[in-house]
Design a protein around this ligand. Sequence first.
Ligand code: ACM
Length: 762
Amino acid sequence: MVIVRFLSCALSCLFVLPGIGAAQTAAVAAPADNHQALAIFPAPQQVEPHSGKLDLTAGIAMVQPTGDAGAGEVARMLRQWAPDHFLFASKAPQAAARLQFRRVPGMAPESYRLDISPGGARITASDDAGLRYGGVSFWQLVTASPGRVIPAQSISDGPAFRWRGAMLDSARHFQSPQYIRSFIDWMAANKLNRFHWHLVDDQGWRIEIRAFPKLTEVGAGRRPATAPGAPPLPEYRGFYSQAELRDIVAYAADRGIEVIPEIDVPGHALSAIRAYPEWGTGVAIPPGTEAHWGVFPWLYNSDETTLAALETILGEVIAIFPARYVHIGGDEAVKDQWQASPAAQARIRQLGLKDETALQGWFMGRLARYLEARGRTAIGWDEILEGDAPQSVTIMSWRGVGGAIEAAKKGHDAILSPAPQLYLNHVQALNRGDPPGRGEVISLASVLAFEPHPAELSAAEREHILGVQANIWTEHIRIEERASFLAYPRLSALAQVGWTGHGSKDYTGFLRRLMPQLDRLHALGLQPSASAWTPAIAVEPAATGGGAKITLSVQGGLPMQYSLSGAPPLPYSAPFTVPGSAEVKAWATLDGGRLGSGATRRIMPGALQRRDSRALKTCHAKVDLALEDDFPASGPRATFLIDILDPCWIYQGAMLDGVTRIDMAVGQIPFNFQVGKDRDTIKFRRPKTPAGEFEVRLDDCDGPVIATLPLAPAARNPGVTRLTAPIVPTKGRHDLCLTYTAAGPDPLWAIDEVNLLPQEQK
Ligand code: ACM
């Protein structure tokens, strides 16, 4: 591992930099121009200002040493990213500034030195990656200089971790090759270097395998689930041909990104077993296609012919993907089918193994050795440690960081990608309008603060920690733009952790550096989320004098400003009251400047207690999901926050003085979750009418019912239905528990919005 000491006092402290370029010790001060000081992303190790400036107004001519293909690729990438600035030397006017690439031996892997003087710029590195990161840093400086003038400076920089990864799940939902190329560009612009591509799972097989065409004929399509009685949704289909995959691998290589394919075994295998039932244990497969999420019991069998088929698949995989690493999964393989299978039991006896866990160990070991014999290294999720995985296997720790700790102590290399901290399929805020995802919030600040050095490891054991990775699972990410929204800006925070080698609590400092970076990514087609700095505007009836009490909140404690119905902005320091109708606009600020477009909420006297499901609390937060409605097939759909194991919500602090009615907008969604025996724990009160009813209870979920809303009108509507009912007159402020009665969990009923009304609405 490249060990470099990084100090986050970015602008004015002393650095000691073993092994980075020529500079060993240097005094550091901020370059004069603050934009420039914050231009490099992730935060660089060392910036040394010089006097003078480099003038780029005539463009930048890139001069690549003859025969240096790596420098040529960097030049091409910069030209694509900023064609107005970066010109190949042969086409550049005489007056253009020169960018030179220089190779020297002996610099640390992936590190670079970037020297900018009035006479030109020079990137020095030993390897292609170093040249590339020097090029990315230069592009970052150029795009942070609207006047096209860069202060002279020298930057010495390199990453702390050699694994700075992102995993994208293209199995649950498929993304187009064009989108994948954009995703790779955004990674490269953040100096991330490993694209872990989850290509197969129970719900989809997305890689063409020529020896087994049914994998994609059968496994690449599915009909999405719908609630009972709802109209069917169109078939969903997609896979990558080998030619497309080769193209993407080459595109990624040109941007310094290694693509690591994942073929998940022995579980997450249903799409393959549907195509080739002889690879399963003989347990009957439900007809149709797989539209459920969760953990399935289907495992590959461990027969010789199935293992030979998997080796054939891996053979085709390694012919497409030249990366040293191939991920072979190993996660969430429940052993029920092997326990019940006479063939699996006979295999255990034949191999002299203790049990099914040992059989998985043997299974994974066999495939790992197949890869090893071909010069590759297997990666497995941390479960494979349970089965005595060969020491050559690299462990990807996802069930917290314990797997990485155990792995490193046993001599395995390991990568930190713990859930939920680095699982970017979690929502990043509970803002109305944000896309679906897992319901527990993983904030930008929490990703930035992730500490990648488990204290339990000795210095020698830490050498086994290759780095960090964030994972984007796509069960609930149907649309490509939503994958971008969930990935960014949190993936930039992960990039910062991986580059600097530590988490940071300097959120504001990070945002200063992030904002220009997001502008650049935007120019590369990214639409990142602004949720981390978009205030939530909470509204409730004022305690006295009528009107509305407005409370603003935002992640990271950023300062906020607001404006009422277009009046001049005011700084926000505490909740304030609004006497009648008004439009509240609120935004966070950074160094006095406005961050993003902020949030807007219209205050109307009859709707002071209207709350979106994301402003409610689930009662027990067992498995909270922000789930999308299954209707309509095209156009906008509602998103509901719901605990799928306990659909029950708390409306906290309802002011019931004068409230006469409750309005609820509710939707029905399919219970398409494989949750094993947990399904039996989902309990409902018995319905009083055939379709059931929502019940509103006072104070807690055992309190008296103060309103009942029959679901019959909603049961006939596949979309969102508004229900309304009188509420028992009640005084004062109370929590309300909102649940429904039902015969079972399918469909799930979900709340879109609740409104407590002071009088009957005409
Ligand atoms: C995983 O999240 N099942 C690796």
